[in-house]
Ligand binder design. Structure first.
Ligand SMILES: N[C@@H](CCC(=O)N[C@@H](CS)C(=O)NCC(=O)O)C(=O)O
Length: 238
């Protein structure tokens, strides 16, 4: 059994998808970010990094104590190595998977997060500031990310050639940013996104997260800033 410390976030959905794809038994443990629950290691599986996702694997392959793993990229790698799936068999294949996983962790995710912050959050949180420089910067940086991804997917069905944890890492961010960022302009990203949407494990991951009783009220501001339900709707209905 694996506990996944959960909040509605693309970084967490990556792990939900991986757990479903790998057929692992798991439990979602809601973490109320709005109340700072993630800052208490006791409410975060012992993790001290103050971020979701976190997993606790109660049956690690070495048979030892439960293993706590933080950082979504490291979690995906851990799960892939645990199950021997979606990570490639040879050093060359693993290198391909890892390079696209790191590309997501170092580029698509953080730049996408900043872009979304300045596009959606900043004007609500601090309308008195002129954010046009930051917005323009992240817009342009993200356009390069779309281009890189589109070029790669013009040459291969999936980022690392075969479907892998790198695709699982990218999908929730693409689903999240696509409506605002015009993914339709990138036909290969679009084709890849549709292939991911059609995967039963992807739909199951979002459906299970949507059905979770998180046990706390979602604030109006939180809903405005994090329109996650729209993503779930997209994945479930498309
Ligand atoms: N690099 C981390 C980023 C995780 C992250 O930023 N998590 C956010 C939710 S998307 C979080 O827990 N934020 C709470 C905070 O920063 O206080 C990962 O990929 O796991």
């Amino acid at each position: 059994m694996i506990d996944l410390y959960f909040a509605t976030s693309p970084n967490v959905y990556k792990v939900c998808i991986a757990l479903e794809e790998m057929g692992l038994e798991y439990r979602l443990v809601p973490v109320d970010l709005s109340q700072g629950a993630h800052l208490d290691p006791g409410k975060l599986g012992g993790a001290t990094t103050g971020k979701v996702p976190v997993i606790v694997d109660h049956a690690p392959t070495d048979g030892g104590e439960p293993a706590t793993v933080v950082e979504s990229g490291a979690i995906l790698q851990y799960l892939a190595e645990k199950t021997g799936q979606f990570i490639g068999a040879t050093p060359r294949e693993r290198g391909e998977v890892m390079q696209w996983l790191f590309w997501q962790m170092g580029g698509l995710g953080p730049i996408g997060g900043q872009l979304w912050h300045f596009r959606a959050f900043a004007q609500i949180i601090a309308p008195e500031f002129d954010n046009s420089y930051a917005l323009n910067r992240y817009d342009r940086m993200f356009a390069r990310i779309w281009r890189t991804m589109d070029e790669r997917l013009a040459a291969a069905d999936y980022l690392a050639g075969a479907y892998s944890v790198a695709d699982m890492a990218c999908y929730p961010w693409v689903a999240y940013l696509a409506p605002a960022e015009g993914v339709e302009a990138y036909p290969h990203v679009h084709r890849w996104r549709d292939a991911l949407v059609a995967r039963p494990a992807v739909a199951a991951a979002y459906a299970r997260a949507a059905a979770l009783d998180v046990g706390y009220e979602r604030s109006e501001l939180g809903t405005a800033l994090m329109p996650w339900d729209g993503i779930m709707q997209h994945v479930i209905t498309v």
